[in-house]
Design a binder for this molecule. Structure first.
Ligand code: GDP
Ligand code: MG
Length: 439
């Protein structure tokens, strides 16, 4: 989020209930974030109204500031709006399943077709690609090249037939080959164009596709509304593929297109190479991307769910005191482990990845399990005073935990390092624990 948003949110600290004013102020900034991500103005307006309704009067949760809570609601609503769960391609009861990809020129249709084809082939389907973009001779060649790369056959009739004939013949070819999925690559234009729309309608009528997937370039800005509206009106779009999300686009077009068509976003494209299938769509990730918040949000979320704030605070005080023992060490990584893979968790904490000493902390989850076992095999006296641990005690602990003396030594060393590091981190831990990660 912009620093102005962080500032606005910072102002909202230490309130019991979200007031109209709190929400108003936070929403002004959220609005700007959405517009900056190229979400359509009208979509933003409706959306903000909904969030406001939900946010006002809510109790502020203990672990979040009011500002964070507004953002959390925004994020949840965005996620919900963009489709909640992922959806898959519908298969026809009687094969072949026909899928038509439509969209503006350069949106990424042909690339997406190749990725889909690869994915289907890898899942024991027999796809056939049909080259129905007759306006650019290079388009047919491109499909052949990609088809070869993903080892899927391509049907074409050159550029001198009309696309309706081509798809009809393509269907016969599919039957001949025993293909169970037909992917139709259509032409695009730089802008919506009546001639093209009519042609696509005719193609659709001729082959009755199960799916008409609209490919939208994530970089597309405000134009997305008109494009999506027209394609949907004329062709009855059944799903959206959001391409080029690997670029630096915020992805606001996705929200716009989703809203205008009401169709689910089914896949996202994350690269121009075809040797990775399209990624399934994760609405939550795109929501935080649109809000520009990176992973901070998911950390807030998870911390809220899993992390016992009181306990964390208590522990933090102990860490800063001289009494940080192996018991605390164990408790600490049990808590942190609840949040998810540790390296990810650490990366999500602002500033944490820059901490000196972090590279010495072992981030491997399996090792965590071992560490837990080792500490569990110690006596209480040993946990409180690691200096007690001589060679024979270390051997006993290694045996008891099914590890080696080397593992035990390593753990003790890590404990020492953590003690050291905690002294340095504690200032930041305090910030995170009490005021929230965003301040
Ligand atoms: P079409 O005109 O809709 O068929 O678009 P193409 O599939 O030919 O893609 C247009 C351009 O965008 C090509 O240079 C592709 O390599 C590129 N492209 C398509 N999908 C992606 C994607 O997900 N990420 C990136 N970075 N480039 C893509
Ligand atoms: Mg193409």
């Amino acid at each position: 989020l912009s620093s102005s948003l962080q500032k606005a949110l910072g102002k909202l600290r230490s309130k019991g209930k979200l007031t109209e004013n709190d929400v108003q102020e936070a929403m002004r900034e959220v609005r700007l974030a959405l517009l900056a991500a190229d979400v359509n103005v009208k979509v933003v307006r409706d959306f903000v109204a909904r969030v406001r309704e939900r946010a006002v009067g809510q109790d502020v949760q203990k672990s979040l500031t009011p500002g964070q809570q507004v953002v959390k609601i925004v994020y949840e609503e965005l996620t919900e709006l963009m489709g909640g769960t992922q959806s898959r391609i519908q298969m026809a009861a009687k094969p072949p399943t026909v899928i038509m990809l439509v969209g503006l020129q350069g949106a990424g249709k042909t690339t997406a077709i190749a990725k889909l084809a690869l994915s289907f082939r890898q899942h024991q389907h027999r796809p056939l690609l049909v080259a129905a973009d007759v306006y650019r001779p290079a388009a047919i060649d491109q499909l052949h090249v990609l088809g070869r790369q993903v080892e899927v056959p391509v049907f074409d009739m050159g550029t001198s037939h009309n696309p309706v004939d081509i798809v009809r013949n393509g269907m016969q070819e599919a039957e001949r080959q025993g293909a169970d999925i037909v992917l139709v690559d259509t032409a695009g234009r730089l802008h919506i164009d009546e001639g093209l729309m009519t042609e696509l309608e005719d193609m659709k009528a001729a082959i009755q596709p199960m799916e008409v997937l609209l490919v939208v370039d994530a970089m597309t800005g405000q134009d997305a509304v008109h494009v999506a509206e027209t394609f949907h009106e004329r062709l009855g779009v059944t799903g959206i593929i959001l391409s080029k999300l690997d670029g630096d686009a915020r992805g606001g077009a996705a929200l716009t297109v989703r809203q205008v068509t009401g169709c689910p976003i089914k896949y996202v494209g994350l690269g121009e190479k075809v040797d990775g299938p399209l990624e399934p769509f994760h609405p939550d990730r795109l929501a935080s991307r649109i809000l520009g918040m990176g992973d901070v949000l998911s950390l807030i979320e998870r911390a809220q769910e899993k992390f016992d704030m009181d306990k964390a605070q208590e522990m933090e005080e102990r860490m800063r005191s001289a009494n940080f023992s192996l018991n605390d060490f164990q408790e600490m990584f049990r808590q942190v482990r609840n949040l998810g893979p540790l390296d990810q968790v650490l990366k999500m904490i602002p500033g944490m990845n820059k901490m000196k000493g972090i590279e010495n902390v072992d981030l491997n989850d399996k090792r965590f399990v071992r560490m837990d076992a080792i500490i569990s095999s110690m006596t209480e006296a040993e946990r409180l005073d690691p200096k007690l641990m001589n060679a024979s005690r270390r051997r006993r602990i290694a045996n008891g935990s099914g590890t080696t003396v080397r593992d035990v030594n390593q753990l003790l060393k890590q404990f020492e390092q953590t003690q050291e590091m905690m002294k340095r981190v504690s200032g930041m831990g305090k910030k995170f624990g009490r005021k929230g990660a965003m301040n």
